[in-house]
Ligand binder design. Structure first.
Ligand code: SF4
Ligand code: SF4
Length: 184
């Protein structure tokens, strides 16, 4: 009798185990799919998602980048390079500016380091290429005609040294300190 019961128990357990995967499959057959069909459907990413890098302009449409090299120094994979130059009016700019997106890890450290808000990451991530050399972007591919995340920011009005203006004469700037007044 015990032998018969054991056989029946094993049979029930075996059949249940065998049917379980079919049951799981059957359940999922009628569920709404949670996958998104890319590229037909493109999810809108948050504005601060870290993708393709751009070089932005200040409100007066001048290039923000002053070729200070801080982004290049902050980049952990050394994928930013540039050559600085000075305009006739004394303002610095990048003669050429290059980013190798084949190496970029989209960490955002360059954006954090930039004092002028020139370099910014955008939510655009569709940059695949069949030739790695096409991932090296030159200045004309990076430069955009807007201010990005903070369109009203102008480095030269807030913190930068405006050409031809004395220290202490910029917007919201305190008068320049005279260290000699601190002498005993
Ligand atoms: S996002 Fe990171 S890796 Fe890419 S250029 Fe900027 S600092 Fe370098
Ligand atoms: S992008 Fe910003 S940090 Fe990089 S060189 Fe230009 S001003 Fe300096």
């Amino acid at each position: 009798m015990d032998e018969r019961n054991g056989f029946l128990k094993n049979m029930v357990q075996g059949t249940t185990g065998l049917m379980e995967p079919f049951w799981v499959t059957l359940k999922h057959l009628f569920r709404k799919p949670i996958t998104e069909q890319y590229p037909e459907y493109k999810r809108e990413l948050p504005p601060r998602a870290r993708g393709r890098i751009v070089l932005t302009r200040s409100p007066d449409k001048e290039e923000r980048c002053v070729a200070c090299q801080l982004c290049s120094a902050a980049c952990p994979v050394s994928c930013i390079s540039m050559q600085s130059a000075v305009r006739q009016d004394g303002r610095r700019y990048a003669e050429w500016f290059r980013i190798n997106f084949g190496r970029c890890i989209f960490c955002g450290l360059c954006e954090e380091a930039c004092p002028t808000l020139a370099i910014q990451l955008t939510p655009d991530f569709e940059m695949s290429e069949d030739d790695p050399l096409k991932l090296i972007y030159e200045k004309h591919q990076l430069l955009v005609d807007h201010g990005g995340k903070d369109p009203d920011y102008d480095f030269y009005k807030h913190a930068g040294v405006a050409v031809g203006r004395e220290p202490g004469t910029h917007d919201n700037e305190h008068p320049a300190a005279n260290p000699k007044t601190n002498f005993p």
